[in-house]
Design a protein around this ligand. Structure first.
Ligand code: SF4
Length: 132
């Protein structure tokens, strides 16, 4: 067996798929909805979230960064990200865990809480375009 396999150091997750609360005409990702044409709403389930994090932590080295992107990841709601932190703590083992968050900044229900600032190392806010 090859033990020299590279350890994971980052993972990009799009928990709401291409769903977004904006409709920018230049969006690079909205047409991905066509890949999931059997449903209008796309949300990662808690069981998939847990398994994704569990497997990631097994394959991670000393440092692992999660990047949450979309579409618009805040559509998942705060409870989803509280669970993500819980699973990272549960399945991590003395690893340094980073979380980056790419958002358009419109979903004030999640941004106004101090929770994100406390738990998320990096908060990137996209330039907001006018919705059509
Ligand atoms: S805010 Fe970002 S993800 Fe949402 S429609 Fe605009 S470019 Fe796409």
């Amino acid at each position: 067996m090859d033990n020299s396999r590279k350890q994971l150091d980052s993972l990009l997750i799009k928990p709401a798929g291409p769903d977004c609360n904006m409709a920018c005409t230049y969006c690079f990702y909205l047409d991905k909805k066509e890949l999931f044409s059997n449903t209008e709403i796309h949300r990662m389930s808690e069981i998939i979230l847990e398994e994704t994090i569990r497997q990631t932590m097994i394959q991670a080295g000393e440092n692992i960064s999660f990047c949450w992107q979309g579409g618009e990841p805040t559509l998942m709601g705060l409870t989803f990200f509280e669970k993500a932190i819980e699973f990272q703590k549960r399945y991590g083992s003395d690893q340094t865990i980073g979380n980056g968050f790419q958002t358009n900044g419109l979903n004030s229900s999640i941004h106004t809480t101090s929770w994100l600032g406390y738990h998320w190392m990096v908060l990137n806010t996209s330039t907001i375009a006018i919705a059509e």
